[in-house]
Design a protein around this ligand. Structure first.
Ligand code: MOS
Length: 744
């Protein structure tokens, strides 16, 4: 089904099952430990050997010497793979995976789903790049033998600092810069302006489940049980890297313990397990260690961001400049921190520029809201500073600068499909009690605590992707839904089951659902916040096809209603189950899109209101309460969507106050490479967060009338926290995270 004009009324509008806060349909087996994660398929591969990866101990240079003899002789060892005996692999021929706005626009398919080649020579490009892969009968034997691989390096001089790299950074080819009007003239002439520089650090996705794979061959057919967000990206990526046809690789990603972008690409666990399993003729499994995850896989690259905002006395933006620097390996995209500044606010004179420095750190990649999450720290922080300079309420400043069409794209008028930022601001402010805020900093105290209130807006680009589903009406009237869509903890199982139940008029417990297998219809996968809307749109399309097939079989008109377990038309009503009396009815379809994504600017919106308490003695910051209002079109499940927002807000508070990878510039690696030293919030750090959804229907986005919500929660949170800290203390920290040393 091609979605190429705005959605009219359709069966999803009944909202008897969709929208309701159903518990996760996969929740019970998950908490009972019965949902197998990739490392846990013991039954299907009882003879699996254990692979342990050895990572490079330098960030840049060459392997000078390597001695694997002790490792090979160690007990239980079956194979030691190194650059000497690894097969030739093939680098990415196509564009790298991306879940950020500019590079993926208009692309229905993954461009060059990418699995990094492993063990291809002596050159070392990053710390913890694989230099050996030791396979043994047990995990302990493999781990012990991995320590016996002796490697001498000749270390090169690496570039590990963005501050230094920024001096000769180049324009970033992955970014879409913009120059509109006369920025320099307007900025120089304006009555009120701010010109401030913010910085954000390297951050880690730090998802719970490690990257892990079980690889098995049957003849020339490879099956990977692997923890990956987008099934066809991993399937095609591994096939391309190994130089085998796509249809020779099957990936099963049934349960995934979080991704946040870290599982969009494929790493050594999958590629090396596949190679070893083929060489040994038996299954091989590997889970990366936590330190390897931090340095072998991806992270959010750092940014330096200069914001130049100028306004008239009425607060209207006259000039907006956002210049950013980021760093990444050669050819990688870094963090595209100007993205939100294209769309967030008006202003006739605009300058958006993005520079990238080559760094020899681990390769950067997508992390929850790539672009916006880092960019909004700076844009929304600077807006708060502009409000201060204007002596204007920061909510009113945003409202004055709201736009209902894309303010940057000049060659055509591009209205927003559905933009409710102002409603988010007003509803959030009312619920929070924003009118009781004291605009002057440092005025509110609670004993030795300084209390402050801050707010910020948020935006996340909305993307849609082709997505297929197969739906079967089984005998007895049960419905089976199958799609290669993944559930990374978000609720994909539940909302796709709800969609089928709503579309076919059956209770939710009549629906069985299977996800995360590349043998199922190719699906959007979990990335870029497109998964929920796109995969349910695919399920919608398949259900429409199934309704047509059922109606035809039963001699009912094509527009028959499916409701209460019945098919109804023209006074006739027959049980749905009767349609499967002579065998199951199967339908499969894929949702594809016309150009509504280009005709309309599509984005989800947020407004965050935050109260912090800062110890006047130690400078410690605690978030005391937070109310956030979100606009994401139709909410498909009020509970799982709320959980996504709570998770995003929590991650945003972590980014504001704790998260930073510390670069050891001697060796070019992230030194705090475990969850003890890379701080993310724990329960005691997070108060009871308050989530409001501003209801609307986005008829331009998909037949589901929904938009992305998975990454929205984090967008803007950091600036709300930093502005609250500034309100509490009078100190504006522009270098994230806001650790207490920066306040004293
Ligand atoms: Mo997301 S950062 O595309 O998982």
């Amino acid at each position: 089904m091609k979605f190429d004009k705005p959605a009219g009324p359709n069966p999803t509008d009944r909202m008897r099952i969709l929208g309701k806060p159903f518990d996760r349909v996969d929740g019970a087996i998950k908490v009972a430990g019965q949902a197998p994660y990739s490392y846990e398929y013991h039954d299907i591969a009882p003879n699996a050997a254990y692979g342990v990866m050895v990572g490079a101990g330098i960030g840049k240079g060459r392997i000078a010497t390597m001695d694997t003899r002790d490792a090979e002789r160690a007990p239980g060892v079956l194979l030691v793979l190194t650059h000497r005996n690894a097969p030739k692999m093939f680098g990415q021929q196509k564009k790298q995976n991306t879940t950020s706005q500019e590079s993926s626009e208009g692309s229905e398919e993954a461009k060059g789903a990418h699995a990094a080649p492993q063990l291809q020579g002596r050159d070392i490009k990053q710390h913890d790049e694989a230099v050996a892969f030791v396979v043994a009968e047990t995990f302990e034997q493999a781990t012990a033998a991995a320590h016996l691989v002796r490697i001498g390096y000749s270390a090169g001089k690496g570039r590990f600092s963005l501050t230094e790299g920024a001096r000769n950074a180049k324009p970033n080819p992955e970014a879409e810069d913009a120059h509109v009007g006369d920025f320099d003239g307007a900025f120089a002439a304006a009555a009120v302006k701010v010109d401030v520089t913010y910085t954000t650090p390297n951050q880690s996705q730090a998802m719970m489940e490690p990257h892990a794979t079980l690889a098995m061959w049957s003849g020339d057919q490879l099956t990977l049980h692997t923890s990956h967000q987008i099934t066809h990206w991993s399937t095609e990526g591994v096939a391309d890297t190994l130089g085998i046809p796509h249809d020779k690789v099957r990936c099963v990603c049934a349960y995934i313990g979080g991704g946040f972008g870290s599982k969009l690409e494929v790493y050594g666990d999958a590629v090396l397990s596949a190679v070893a399993a083929q060489k040994l003729g038996r299954p091989v499994k590997c889970a990366l260690t936590r330190p390897q995850i931090f340095n072998h896989t991806t992270h959010r690259p750092p940014t330096i961001q200069r914001l130049q905002l100028a306004a008239g006395r009425d607060g209207r933006l006259l000039a907006m400049g956002h210049t950013t620097w980021t760093g990444d390996q050669e050819g990688a995209r870094g963090e595209l921190a100007t993205e939100q500044s294209r769309l967030m606010y008006g202003g006739a004179n605009r300058k958006l520029e993005t520079y990238i420095a080559t760094l020899d750190l681990p390769k950067g990649g997508s992390m929850r809201a790539p672009g916006e999450a880092a960019g909004l720290f700076a844009l929304e922080g600077a807006m708060d500073e502009l409000a201060e300079a204007l002596d204007m309420d920061p909510v009113e400043l945003r409202i004055v600068n709201d736009v209902q069409q894309d303010p940057t794209t000049q060659d055509k008028v591009r209205p927003f499909s559905d933009r409710k930022l102002v409603e988010c601001m007003r509803q959030g402010a009312a619920k929070f009690g924003w009118d009781r805020r004291n605009r002057r900093p440092g005025q509110m105290r609670d004993g030795s605590l300084l209390i402050g209130h801050g707010m910020a807006g948020g935006i996340r680009n909305n993307m849609v992707k082709a997505s297929g589903t197969r739906v079967t009406l089984q005998s007895g009237g049960r419905v089976l839904v199958e799609t290669a869509m993944t559930d990374i903890g978000t609720g994909s199982y539940t909302i796709n089951a709800q969609t089928a139940a709503e579309m076919l008029g059956v209770p939710l417990d009549r629906v069985s659902i299977k996800l995360g297998d590349s043998l199922f219809p190719k699906a959007a996968g979990s990335g870029g916040s497109w998964g929920g809307n796109s995969s349910t749109a695919g399920t919608y399309a398949a259900c429409m096809a199934l309704r047509t097939a059922i109606a035809a079989r039963m001699g009912m008109p094509a527009d028959a209603e499916f409701v209460d377990g019945q098919i109804r038309a023209g006074g006739r009503s027959i049980p749905l189950a009767s349609a499967a009396a002579n065998g199951p009815v199967v339908a499969e379809d894929t949702i594809t899109y016309g150009d509504l994504e280009k005709t309309y600017a599509q984005a989800s919106f947020a407004a965050h209101f935050c109260e912090v308490a800062v110890s006047a003695v130690t400078g410690e910051v605690r978030v005391r309460r937070m109310t956030s209002a979100f606009s994401a079109g139709r909410i498909l499940n009020a509970k799982t969507a709320r959980s996504q927002c709570l998770g995003g807000m929590t991650m945003g508070i972590g980014a504001a106050l704790m998260e930073a990878l510390q670069v050891d510039e001697r060796f070019g690696y992230f030194a705090n490479h475990d969850l003890a030293e890379y701080h993310v919030p724990v329960h005691a750090d997070i108060p009871d967060l308050d989530v409001i959804f501003v209801d609307s229907l986005d008829t331009k986005s998909s037949p589901m009338k929904a938009r992305g919500v998975g990454e929205l929660g984090i967008c803007g949170v950091g600036a709300a926290v930093s502005s609250a800290v500034a309100n509490a203390t009078g100190v504006r920290v522009r270098d994230f995270p806001i650790t207490l040393d920066k306040l004293l």
